[in-house]
Design a protein. Structure first.
Length: 116
C-alpha cells in the first residue's frame, strides 16, 4: 500500500500544535522568559511554513515580526490605538507593527460617513 500523506489532517494537526506552541510562548513571556517564548514562536512559525498553514489571526499580532518576541502589552510591547489602527511597538528590538483595527472600521462603515 503506497504511503499517502493526508494533507488536510496534517494541516489540522499542525494548526493545533501551533496553538499549543503560542500558548506556551505566552506562558513563558508572562514569566519573563523571553528567550523561551521566542523559541516557541519560532517553532510555531516553522510549523506553519512547513505545512502551509497560516498563523491564526488571533496570534498574528502577538509576536514581533522582526525579532519573534512574544509580545505582552505593558511587559515588552507598547500598544497604542488611533485612527482605525493599532500600533504595537516591540520593546525588545523597537520594531513597530501597524495593524488595521477591523472592528472599528466595520462599525464606522455600518454607520456611514456621517458618524465622523
Ligand atoms: Zn522585536
Amino acid at each position: 500500500m503506497p504511503k499517502r500523506r493526508h494533507r488536510g489532517m496534517e494541516r489540522r494537526i499542525a494548526l493545533e500544535r501551533m496553538e499549543i506552541l503560542f500558548g506556551l510562548a505566552e506562558k513563558e513571556a508572562l514569566q519573563s522568559h523571553a528567550a523561551r517564548a521566542r523559541r516557541y514562536v519560532d517553532l510555531a512559525r516553522r510549523l506553519g511554513m512547513r505545512y502551509n498553514v497560516r498563523v491564526p489571526p488571533e496570534y498574528k499580532r502577538r509576536f514581533c515580526k522582526e525579532c519573534l518576541a512574544y509580545l505582552v502589552p505593558s511587559v515588552n510591547a507598547r500598544v497604542r490605538v488611533g485612527r482605525g489602527r493599532v500600533v504595537v511597538t516591540c520593546l525588545a528590538c523597537g520594531a513597530v507593527q501597524r495593524l488595521p483595527f477591523r472592528a472599528e472600521r466595520q462599525i464606522a462603515r455600518a454607520r456611514g460617513r456621517t458618524a465622523q
